[in-house]
Design a protein around this ligand. Structure first.
Ligand code: PLP
Length: 466
């Protein structure tokens, strides 16, 4: 075939090396749309390079969120990005996979077979907590109304420890709920059950127990919370139930500590949420919530969408979103099975225990969490041992590419600054050893170097939210 002169010129353009193109020689459109299109291969490189100096996700020890999936999972997820999770009628097989995941999770959480559990996927635990909170508010109101309580006399309240994740504060603000916070103190690094009981009244919509406090990785004692509430509920018509925020623990503990009673085995636990993108090992964003029985999910919160000519219940705050993380979750469940999850999580836990032990051996730190609940290592500097702060140490580690936050604990403990490593499934022992080498070298550098130290009163240097 003969080329015209024009064709030749066009094909020359396609042959141009990316870094020889006009686009790489001028400022790209940033805040106003550019006038003309850009070739896809060049646009790809430009956008990719915009992200060049972002940290390496797998060296980010700050986040609980999944930073690695197998190639097959990634392929599957990228091939299903266009599927809309809400469109059950167009994608009935996707809806079926979601349904299977809910069933598998309900089984992991020991949902009683004689009750009708119900659940859904969400964007993450934040949406799931919002749904769990709303269900508690609506069903409290129904019970209270029946019992003749004056609903206008005071705001309904929710009881939670000060180790709550920010989504609960949002829930309380959005839904006009008084948040009754049980402060953590040095003796109680998780919820103080006695104080919960002092805070309960007839306007309490529920108590939240946290399986994996974001700050420290510790677990609330949900079993003893349940025992205390059972005694209380026996004596009153104004029953109070538990929602468990198991964002991080919900897909970890069933594999590693199946005997720990924190889930639907406990009588007063009525709903549980988790993040599939934390120890469910899926890229963000995917979360799950399951109610023990449909009785705990008021009908007003359920909406029907069309499904195969019939209708299907949905309870979600968002409408459209990609179903690909749901498909990624099902892939992981199918691929790993119980034993696979257990092996990955056990290895992750071994790494956490190794790191905690190494940190302790330096003699400079007090360990707050040694990886024995969640694989989280969390420590503070011993008093008056060194001149530098944990913020300085975080800076040194950052120079080697490691992102390790230092931040103050909440409320009564805010004078204590801690540092935390979240060990994840893609952080093997060899990476952990490499990290430890950098950690020890940083300690040495801090001991020897004359550097500008952070003002220890400056608490805002390395914040974190998840
Ligand atoms: C991470 C976390 C959340 C929020 O979860 P997302 O999935 O990021 O929305 C809520 N509660 C706890 C305890 C968490 O650890």
């Amino acid at each position: 075939m003969l080329y015209s002169r024009n064709d030749k010129e066009n094909s020359k353009e396609l042959l141009a090396p990316i870094f020889g193109t006009r686009e790489e020689d001028r400022e790209i459109p940033k805040y106003v749309l550019g006038k003309s299109p850009i070739e896809p291969r060049i646009a790809y490189r430009l956008v990719k390079d915009e992200l060049l100096d972002e940290g390496n996700a797998r060296q980010n020890l700050a986040t609980f969120c999944q930073t690695y999936m197998e190639d097959e999972a990634t392929k599957l997820m990228s091939e299903t990005l266009e599927k809309n999770a809400i469109d059950k009628s167009e994608y009935p097989r996707t809806a079926e996979l979601e349904n299977r995941c809910v069933n598998m999770i309900a089984d992991l959480w020991n949902a009683p077979k004689d009750q009708k559990y119900i659940g859904t996927s969400t964007v993450g635990s934040s949406e799931a907590c919002m749904l769990g909170g709303m269900a508690m508010k609506f069903s409290w109101r129904k019970r209270a109304e029946k019992l003749g309580l004056d609903l206008n006399k005071q705001k309904p309240n929710l009881i939670i420890s000060s180790g709550y994740q920010v989504c609960w504060e949002k829930f309380c603000v959005y839904w006009d709920i008084e948040m009754r916070v049980v402060p953590m103190d040095l003796e109680h690094m998780s919820i103080d059950v006695e104080q919960v009981m002092d805070k309960i009244d007839t306007y309490t919509i529920g108590v939240v127990g946290i399986l994996g406090i974001t700050y420290t990785g510790k677990f609330d004692d949900i079993k003893s919370l349940d025992d205390k509430l059972e005694v209380y509920n026996q004596k009153t018509e104004f029953k109070v139930f538990i929602h468990v925020d198991a964002a991080s623990g919900g897909l970890f503990t069933p594999f590693i500590d199946p005997m720990l009673e924190w889930d639907f085995r406990l009588k007063n636990v009525i709903s549980i949420n988790t993040s599939g993108h934390k120890y469910g090992l899926v890229y963000p964003g995917i979360g799950w919530i399951v109610w023990k029985d449909e009785a705990y999910l008021p009908k007003e919160l359920i909406f029907e969408v069309s499904y195969l000519g019939g209708s299907m219940p949905t309870m979600a705050i968002n409408f459209s979103r990609s179903a690909s993380p749901i498909i990624g979750q099902y892939y992981n469940f199918l691929r790993f099975g119980f034993e696979g999850y257990r092996e990955i999580h056990q290895r992750t836990k071994d790494v956490a225990l190794y790191l905690a032990n190494e940190v302790e051996k330096t003699g400079l730190f007090d360990i707050y969490n040694d990886g024995s609940n969640l694989p989280i290592v969390c420590y503070t500097l011993k008093k008056d041992q060194v001149k530098w702060t944990l913020y300085d140490l975080a800076d040194r580690l950052q120079m080697k590419g490691w992102q390790v936050p230092a931040y103050p604990l909440p409320e009564k403990l805010s004078h204590i600054v801690i540092q935390r490593y979240v060990c994840r499934g893609d952080f093997g022992l060899n990476s952990a050893e490499a990290f430890m080498e950098d950690f020890k070298m940083s300690l040495q550098e801090l001991a020897e170097a004359s550097i500008l130290f952070h003002d220890s009163s400056d608490k805002s240097v390395h914040g974190f939210t998840h």
